[in-house]
Design a protein around this ligand. Structure first.
Ligand SMILES: Nc1ncnc2c1ncn2[C@@H]1O[C@H](COP(=O)(O)OP(=O)(O)O)[C@@H](O)[C@H]1O
Ligand SMILES: [Mg+2]
Length: 387
């Protein structure tokens, strides 16, 4: 099982420039978490702080009992071996073919023989759908393949924690979904803890178990995906719908005058961009059929059901609605009340005939007079008002 990452009160600034402050969250072992945030909010700085490439000013980041903010260089070196990192551009060596790129960490950090290395490299290349491309140079392959090669390389040292920076950068939506599927598949196979930072809404909606958002130098929220996806928090809603209408502005945030002026413009009918308002929680991406079930997802369900009473109403309802009948039974949630058919349903013939016979007499089936646009005239006479 992947390692747990416990972050408490973490703050980072460069000189006087605070990037984010007081970030507290736990990445549950073996679960997939996504951190959203507008560009420049310090998502990459956050990842680098978790592996100790950057040193936070305050707070803790505890992995396997070691606080990497304060530990010795030697300890940090040990802890770093738990990580696999997929940087934004794949960070491959341009002059090495994919085989040598993927073999690199094994040759650097282990004493394995070339025979052993070959076995591991070919296995990881196969896992990431790159069998047959061993001899290609990074410059000869597509962006999607480069990312997958970066992931293959991140996997060779059997990481317990995988950090991914903007996996969709430079990829079209379809390739982004393929790489998302790959993360879920890898997670199902090795049960590593994942943290993906991105501003991709589709990925955030369908991939993670947990979702967080960095904004205005703070962690706005972090929790089970249902919490953010049903949140009424203006910045979160705006971000998840990719609209101009809301507190997030062209650079970082809007002042109140800009916000008011824009509000008036959108109310007067100017399109705020984005697609139509998306609400609710779409189904989560599952491992490709034939792969094992995600242990992380199973543990998450138990964990979320334990904290269910602490979650906002909308998140709670969405979680309960996603349970299968067996899960409802397991967690002691009563079965949903049977749907009571309404009288309109009766007209569609969904009620037993004896109940249809009890409906009041009605002339709704009569043709509507051609000269009327008054809806009250469509009602049977005894239901029409006197006015
Ligand atoms: N090494 C550094 N030194 C000084 N400032 C930095 C450094 N790295 C990042 N920053 C600043 O931190 C802020 C957040 O950057 P980044 O983490 O790259 O944002 P994101 O990944 O969310 O787009 C930016 O303003 C950037 O200029
Ligand atoms: Mg970044």
């Amino acid at each position: 099982m992947g390692a747990e990452v416990v972050i408490e009160g973490l703050s980072k600034s460069f000189g006087k420039h605070t990037i984010w402050r007081d970030v507290t969250l736990t990445l549950p072992p073996g679960e997939v978490s996504v951190m959203l945030g507008p560009s420049g909010t310090g998502k990459s700085v956050f990842l680098k702080s978790i592996i100790g490439l950057l040193k936070p000013d305050r707070g803790k980041c505890v992995i396997n009992g070691v606080d990497i903010v304060r530990c010795s260089e030697r300890k940090l070196y040990e802890i770093r071996k738990l990580f696999g990192v997929l940087f934004q551009d794949g960070a491959l060596f341009g002059s090495m073919n994919l085989y040598d790129n993927v073999a690199f960490p094994l040759r650097e950090h282990t004493k394995k023989s070339e025979t052993e290395i070959r076995k591991i490299v070919l296995e990881k290349l196969e896992m990431t759908g790159l069998s047959g491309a061993e001899r290609k140079l990074p410059g000869e392959i597509s962006g999607g393949m480069r990312k997958r090669a970066g992931l293959a390389r991140a996997l060779v040292l059997d990481p317990e924690i995988i950090l991914v920076d903007e996996p969709d950068s430079g990829l079209d939506p379809v390739r982004t979904t393929y790489i998302s599927q790959l993360f879920i598949d890898v997670n199902a196979q090795i049960d590593a803890t994942f943290l993906i930072v991105t501003h991709n809404i589709n990925l955030a909606r369908t991939v993670p178990d947990n979702l967080g958002m960095l904004y205005r130098k703070e962690l706005v929220m972090f929790g089970p995906r249902e919490v953010l996806l049903t949140s009424e928090e203006p910045a979160v809603k705006q971000f998840l719908n990719g609209r101009m209408d809301g507190p997030i502005g062209m650079s970082e945030e809007k002042d109140s005058a800009t916000l008011a002026a824009e509000r008036a413009m959108f109310e007067a009918g100017h399109h705020a961009g984005g697609v139509e308002e998306i609400t609710g929680v779409p189904p989560q991406l599952q491992p490709t059929p034939g792969l094992p079930e995600r242990q992380g997802a199973r543990r998450r369900k138990d964990r979320v059901m334990r904290i269910l009473h602490t979650l906002p109403q909308a998140a709670r309802e969405s979680i309960i609605a996603s349970l299968t009948p067996e899960e409802r039974h397991r967690y002691g949630i009563p079965a949903p009340r049977p749907h009571r058919p309404d009288p309109v349903g009766a007209q569609r013939g969904s009620l037993p005939t004896e109940q249809v016979a009890q409906l009041p007499d009605s002339d709704w089936t009569r043709p509507i007079p051609a000269n009327t646009d008054d809806v009250t005239r469509r009602l049977p006479p005894h239901q029409q008002g006197n006015s």
